[in-house]
Design a protein. Structure first.
Length: 317
């Protein structure tokens, strides 16, 4: 049976933020990092930036929930589909997949737009019956050096994001899954599907990212999760976009231009590599982040800046 996915439509509804008096910049931005790798109750020392008058996680996040019709393999249909529902009418998801979004310029913390995604995930997790997994997609980026943690190991984006969910929102570590392989959005889609979703037989999934990033995320997940996989059954996906906070108007414009081009490229590639076998051959033999033939390009940040041109500074590279 082909994998079935809910693609978005123009119909969407908006959740209104509860607080109208506290701005994003007033929210608490510090945190204690829980060192759950090295013993129960261990704490990782970290710098903290805190506003004592507000609590970041006490304010609901304005977000857009996008629902629509199913996408079967490569073709969209007009029949309606939805996620499973509990007796109370709430959406039942096996997992909430949240896409990473980098670090702050000094690699010490998560940017505001990533915290916004995580806050939504924590709220959805706490509301849900049965407590779905929160699956964090993202290891590092080819555009800048990664931070290091204890022992000199790479401090993955997904690791820092997991620590935030545990420390600030009391999400149990056993309910958090992470991807430590992907270096871009197409990798986010691939590794979450084949490492986490397929082995666990997930049928209903939410995919969360910021509004500015949704074009690329939809294109990547619709391509990767929309390919038929023998014996895997149907999977419904609902896309959730959170607010674009912590970004200047100039940066958002630059990102919008880049997202439009990335979406176009992903849609074109999806037409050519439309089976799991074709996709894997493309990804692991030609893609900069995953192909041995191009591994020498990783770490060449001057080349990255040339590739991005005048937008390099606006995008933080």
């Amino acid at each position: 049976m082909a994998t079935t996915m809910a693609a978005t439509t123009t119909s969407a509804f908006f959740a209104v933020a509860f607080s109208t008096t506290t701005t994003t910049t007033e929210k608490r931005r510090g945190r204690r990092l829980v060192d759950f790798f090295y013993g129960s109750g261990g704490r990782r020392k970290a710098s903290r930036r805190r506003n004592t008058n507000t609590h970041h996680h006490h304010h609901r996040i304005g977000r857009r929930l996008e629902n629509g019709t199913p996408l079967c393999a490569a073709a969209a249909t007009s029949s309606s589909a939805s996620l499973g529902r509990s007796e109370s009418g709430e959406t039942v998801a096996d997992a909430i997949v949240v896409v990473a979004g980098g670090f702050t310029p000094d690699n010490s913390w998560l940017p505001e737009w990533v915290l916004e995604r995580l806050d939504y995930c924590a709220e959805a997790y706490k509301r849900a019956e049965g407590k779905p997994y929160i699956c964090i997609a993202g290891s590092a980026t080819p555009h800048k050096s990664p931070p290091l943690q204890k022992g000199g190991f790479i401090y993955h984006e997904s690791t820092m994001m997991a620590e935030y969910l545990i420390d600030e929102h009391d999400v149990h570590p056993a309910k958090i899954l992470k991807d430590t392989s992907s270096m871009d959005t197409i990798g986010n889609a691939y590794f979450t599907r084949y490492v986490h979703a397929v082995p666990r037989g997930w049928k209903n999934v939410e995919v969360v990212t910021s509004k500015f990033h949704m074009r690329r995320v939809k294109a990547a997940f619709e391509w990767v999760w929309g390919m038929p996989l023998k014996g895997n059954g149907d999977t419904q996906i609902r896309f959730v976009s959170t607010r674009d906070v912590g970004l200047s108007e100039e940066t958002l414009i630059a990102r919008e231009e880049r997202e439009i081009e990335s979406e176009r490229q992903l849609r074109e590639n999806a037409k050519m590599y439309d089976t799991p076998g074709k996709f894997a051959e493309w990804m692991f033999t030609t893609h900069k982040c995953y192909a041995v033939t191009r591994q020498h390009e990783i770490g060449d940040f001057e080349a990255v800046r040339k590739e991005l041109g005048s937008n390099a500074d606006k995008l933080g590279y």
